[in-house]
Design a protein around this ligand. Structure first.
Ligand code: NAP
Length: 492
């Protein structure tokens, strides 16, 4: 496939409608909205802009399909996911280009996300046939307890723009495997990957109504009536903590079960005994994956005072060596940020830190021209009360501070409402275990800057979320327990 002319072909091939009950349709209002390339600001295409009636229709399709889908053999559900996995891999180049065009990440990273996204389908195709139950005598021996697990029912899945394909497959995979039907509402900045995914799952044999996709610029108006209507049994949300709170409140009235994958403020801790080569590699991964637009991004870097200068100098040199440009261009390491608001927030956070005497080792200046580019930036001497220490940066900016001792760094690392992930670099095994246990997070990267893996339970504590995605527990989020009480009488 040739990657020319801003990927005109690959965008043209993607459906542009709402996907409801197995058919592509226009929004009832006939409205559409534009999807733009953040590297150029150019409009890629127009897609359907759903309103509340469309959302209702999509949920009705999911509700109607639920009983039949739950009764479909686990092996059949598994094989659909497996076929979808294979189709995604076979289309890696097209899907990667589509993602780069709508979201901005460099093509190599987009290819990586395609593989990561596909892996959720493979993993959950394997989990679909391992849904088990239980059998036990009651303690008094009079009854038997038979435990079965059943799909929770029609789900609403809401995804963010930063991983357009993987955030979809991480929810659709376990829902399909468990026997749930669903309505997916992707982020309006990056709907094309989700629409492509609906096409792929249909090709893989997913029956009509099991997956419905509703694209909209008016999420609040479309989603609230669905959550309050009493027919959604589960909300799986990935996005900011602020929006997560609103949705949790909406779920409360009808007691909708929830999974919440929310924001982060990850501490990245480098002890004095760390292998600095490993720590710098880890920092590059934890900071620069997805241009820093990741919930797992290292947000606050704490480096032991005795190695801080060397670490910062080596890290800044690597950051300065990265090539910034459109993700479609060969050799690009850092694409544009998602939009003007995203870049504006990064600019403000850097300005605030500099006002509080942070030093800029590299970057820190917005380039001229079109596209929402921002250079890889390393700040040192960052005051602990700078806004970027308590705000999710969501950009290629690293804030390096120093610490003296273990207790102090653990205390400061935990001094946040978030608790998604922490990174620890040390060669001392006792310290590694001690600090990993003390960090108030759902995941720890120990001498690594990358924790995401479809086979691992991904998620956070505190205001970073509820529940886990991936791993053995990923499917549990979409299953209910039901128990049968069975008296067993003595033979007459
Ligand atoms: P966001 O603003 O919270 O939006 C996420 C999704 O929610 C979008 O589809 C958005 O659509 C929708 N939404 C917003 N308000 C809504 C409402 N009132 N009712 C229903 N839906 C609503 O987050 P984002 O900016 O797209 O993504 C970045 C955030 O996601 C960061 O905080 C990041 O840490 C987090 N994230 C977390 C994980 C994780 O696994 N923990 C993974 C990736 C990202 P609209 O844009 O149309 O409002």
């Amino acid at each position: 496939m040739t990657i020319t002319d801003a990927g005109t072909d690959v965008v043209a091939d993607v459906p542009k409608g709402l996907f409801i009950d197995g058919a592509w349709t226009d929004a009832a209002s006939g409205r559409t909205f534009a999807v733009a390339d953040p590297a150029t600001g150019k409009v890629l295409c127009e897609i359907a802009d759903a309103g509340p009636d469309d959302g209702r229709r999509a949920l009705e399709a999911a509700v109607a399909a639920q009983e039949g889908w739950a009764a479909t053999a686990p092996r059949a559900r598994s094989e659909i996911l497996r076929r979808a996995y294979e189709i995604i891999l076979a289309r890696t180049e097209e899907l990667a280009l589509l993602m780069t065009l709508e979201m901005g990440k460099p093509l190599d990273q987009a290819r990586g996300e395609v593989a990561y996204a596909a892996e959720f389908f493979r993993w959950f195709s394997e989990e679909a046939v391992r849904i088990d139950g239980g059998y036990a005598p009651t303690p008094d021996g009079a009854n038997r307890i038979v435990v079965m697990r059943q799909p929770v029912g029609p789900c609403l899945l809401i995804t963010p723009w930063n991983f357009p394909l993987a955030m979809g497959t991480r929810k659709i995979g376990p829902a399909v495997a468990a026997g749930c039907t669903m309505v997916l509402k992707p982020a309006p900045q990056t709907p094309l990957s989700s629409l492509a995914l609906a096409g792929i799952l249909t090709e893989a044999g997913l029956p009509a109504g099991v997956l419905n996709v509703v694209t909209t610029t008016d999420a609040a108006t479309v989603v609230e009536p669905l959550l309050r209507g009493g027919r959604v049994r589960k909300l799986s949300f990935t996005g900011s903590t602020a929006v997560g709170r609103i949705l949790l409140a909406q779920c409360a009235d009808t007691v909708v079960r929830t999974s919440m994958e929310l924001g982060g403020n990850a501490p990245f801790i480098v002890f004095d005994d760390a292998d600095l080569d490993v720590a710098v590699d880890g920092a590059m991964a934890a900071k620069m994956r997805n241009m820093g637009e990741a919930c797992t991004a290292a947000n606050r870097m704490f480096v032991h005072r005795s190695v801080a200068d060397e670490f910062a100098a080596r890290f800044a040199e690597r950051m300065a060596g990265l090539t910034v440009g459109p993700g479609t261009e060969p050799g690009t390491d850092v694409g544009p940020l998602i939009d003007a608001a995203g870049r504006g927030k990064v600019e403000e956070l850097v300005a605030d830190a500099v006002r509080r005497d942070a030093k800029v080792l590299t970057g820190g200046t917005t380039p001229e021209g079109s596209g929402y580019f921002y250079p890889p930036t390393v700040l040192t001497d960052v005051a602990r009360d700078s806004a970027l220490m308590s705000t999710e940066i969501f950009g290629p900016v690293a804030a390096v501070t120093t610490f003296e001792d273990e207790d102090d760094v653990v205390r400061v690392a935990n001094d946040t409402d978030w608790g998604l992930v922490g990174y620890v670099f040390t060669r001392d095994l006792d310290r590694a275990i001690r600090v990993s246990e003390r960090l108030e997070v759902g995941m720890v990267g120990l001498n690594t800057g990358l924790v995401s893996n479809p086979a691992a339970p991904f998620g956070g504590v505190k205001q970073s979320g509820l529940g886990r995605e991936g791993g053995r527990v990923g499917i549990e989020e979409f299953l209910e327990y039901k128990y049968l009480a069975v008296p067993v009488r003595a033979a007459k």
